[in-house]
Design a protein around this ligand. Structure first.
Ligand code: ZN
Length: 265
């Protein structure tokens, strides 16, 4: 796991698996951890890293209900877990799904030292909305971010100029339309993120290193171009430069299937 101190009050941890990011933000005596790394040793390390850095953990947040972003409770079993209302609905509609997919991952990768993932008592947060943090008047902003999946929340940390957007704007992964995702909603989310990116200094995608504003804007434009080509050219749509690996071609093949079920525009 890579640990990046982006700011005195912001630490980004990047998992060895899929470069999944976990972001810790501190505001005085309070702190939140958004999303999670994947492997058990990484989850254990998060506890030590934040303790050493003097980052309190008053609660956990997640950008969406995909299992790889939901593992914070393994590191902090007592912590509250807040998610956007669309994610709370999805979790309620598919009980046990994250645990099943986690078990599959662990079996595939010979992981046999993981504690249980408890997802009871999740707190549903209104999106769009705000979440107060710290003793002062600091607030996280919650913005809807659907399209990759049916659910999704982007967290803006205005006083640090940081945007934690979930599975969008990744420098290592092309836009991925899940079975319950939507190309249209994905494009709408990108346009909703555009002004947030323009005002941010650091953008933390769900997978890959944090980006500066210019790089995130470039990724955003590339992703819009890719999705528009996906709608018109299907399988022939060119993948964004720098993201043309075998793994991304497999995601592209899935996207082609999903896009082809849409009526022509
Ligand atoms: Zn993800």
């Amino acid at each position: 796991m890579r640990v990046l101190a982006v700011h005195a009050d912001l630490i980004v941890m990047i998992s060895r698996f899929w470069q999944t990011t976990s972001t810790a933000v501190r505001a005085g005596e309070e702190g939140f951890v958004i999303d999670s790394p994947v492997y058990p040793d990484e989850l254990e390390a998060v506890v030590g890293v934040l303790d050493q850095a003097g980052f309190p953990v008053s609660g956990l947040l997640a950008t969406h209900a995909d299992w790889d972003h939901l593992l914070g409770r393994i590191a902090f079993p007592e912590a509250s877990l807040g998610v956007g209302d669309s994610t709370a609905l999805r979790l309620a509609a598919e009980p046990g799904q994250a645990q099943r997919e986690l078990r599959e991952f662990d079996e595939d990768h010979y992981v046999d030292d993981r504690g249980p993932l408890m997802l009871a008592g999740i707190q549903s947060l209104p999106v769009p909305g705000r979440l107060a943090l710290g003793a002062g008047d600091l607030e996280l902003e919650l913005h809807p971010a659907e399209g990759h999946t049916a659910d999704g929340t982007a967290y803006l940390i205005p006083w640090l100029k940081v945007l934690v957007c979930g599975d969008y704007l990744s420098p290592v992964e092309i836009p991925w339309i899940s079975p319950d995702g939507s190309v249209e909603k994905y494009l709408a989310t990108l346009e909703r993120l555009r002004p947030l990116v323009a005002n941010a200094q650091t953008i933390v995608p769900g997978h890959g290193r944090p980006l500066d504003r210019d790089t995130a804007t470039r990724v955003l434009d590339e992703d819009v171009a890719y999705l528009e080509a996906l709608r018109t050219a299907g399988a022939e749509a060119p993948l964004p430069a720098g993201r043309r690996t075998g793994a991304q071609r497999r995601i592209h093949a899935e996207n082609v299937q999903r896009a082809s079920t849409l009526p022509p525009t």
